[in-house]
Design a protein around this ligand. Structure first.
Ligand SMILES: *Cc1c(COP(=O)(O)O)cnc(C)c1O
Length: 233
C-alpha cells in the first residue's frame, strides 16, 4: 500500500470512530449518517484513492473542478454531490453527473433544475440550502422563505426535495455551530409537520471537518468532510 493510501485510511478510521462516538452519544445509529468526502483540496488521483478506501460519496463545490473530477473518475461508481453555489448557466453541464445537489439556494435555480429535468426526462434530487447563521456572505434561503418554496416544489415534477442543508457560522465556535444545526433540524421538523407533510424531508446535510460530531448530535444525516480526510497528505 502506498503512503497516500495509508494516510487516507488512517484519517478515515479516525473520522469513522468520531462518527460512531457522536452517534452513540445521541442514541443514533452510525449507519444513518453518510460521510461525504469533499475533494476540492485534492487532485483527481487522491480522490480516486479516497473512493478506493471506501468513500463512494464525493463532493465538489466549484463547477469546473467538479466537471474535471467527474470526467477523470468516470470509470468509478462515484455518487457525486455538488455542495457549492451553482449558477444557472453551469447547470446543464453539471446536473447530469450529480447524485444529490445540496445547494439549491434560490427559487430560480430550483425552477431551472426542474426545467432541465423536463428537457432530459429525468428527475433530480436536491436539498434546499438554508442560511441558519444569518451571515450575509452565505448563500441560502432564509427560514421564512421555505413555506413558499415548498409550495412551489409541489408543482414541479422533475425535482425531488429530500431535505435541507446548511453551513454553520464561521465565527463563534462549537456553541454557535450547534445552534445553527439545531435550528436546521427544528425548521425541518416544523416544515415536515405543518407545511409539507407530503414531501419527505428526511435528509439534513450539515457538519464539516471542524464540527461534524456536533452536527451528528443535532441530527445530521449527511456530513460533508474535506480537510480532516486529507490531513498529513
Ligand atoms: C469545503 C466544503 C466542505 C468541507 O469543508 P472542511 O472544513 O474542509 O471539511 C463542506 N461543505 C461545503 C459546502 C464546502 O464548500
Amino acid at each position: 500500500m502506498d503512503a497516500v493510501q495509508k494516510q487516507l485510511q488512517g484519517n478515515l478510521a479516525k473520522i469513522r470512530e468520531q462518527v460512531n462516538v457522536a452517534a452513540a452519544k445521541s442514541g443514533r445509529s452510525a449507519s444513518d449518517i453518510r460521510l461525504i468526502g469533499v475533494t476540492k483540496y485534492v487532485s483527481s488521483d487522491v480522490a480516486r484513492q479516497l473512493f478506493q478506501a471506501g468513500v463512494v460519496d464525493l463532493a465538489e463545490s466549484r463547477p469546473q473542478a467538479f466537471w474535471q473530477k467527474a470526467e477523470d473518475l468516470a470509470d468509478l461508481a462515484v455518487q457525486w454531490h455538488f455542495v457549492g453555489h451553482l449558477q444557472r448557466n453551469k447547470l446543464k453541464r453539471t446536473l447530469p453527473h450529480v447524485h444529490l445537489l445540496h445547494s439549491v439556494d434560490s427559487l430560480r435555480l430550483l425552477e431551472a433544475v426542474d426545467g432541465l429535468g423536463a428537457e432530459l426526462s429525468s428527475s433530480h434530487s436536491v436539498l434546499l440550502e438554508v442560511n441558519t447563521s444569518g451571515d450575509e456572505a452565505k448563500h441560502g434561503f432564509a427560514a421564512e422563505q421555505l413555506p413558499a418554496v415548498l409550495d412551489r416544489v409541489t408543482e414541479l415534477s422533475h425535482v425531488q426535495v429530500q431535505g435541507l442543508m446548511t453551513m454553520a457560522a464561521l465565527e463563534g465556535g462549537g456553541d454557535v455551530a450547534r445552534r445553527n444545526f439545531a435550528a436546521l433540524r427544528e425548521l425541518r421538523d416544523h416544515l415536515q409537520a405543518a407545511v409539507a407533510p407530503h414531501i419527505r424531508l428526511a435528509e439534513l446535510s450539515m457538519g464539516m471537518s471542524d464540527d461534524f460530531p456536533i452536527a451528528i448530535e443535532e441530527g445530521a444525516t449527511m456530513i460533508r468532510v474535506g480537510s480532516a480526510l486529507f490531513e498529513g497528505l
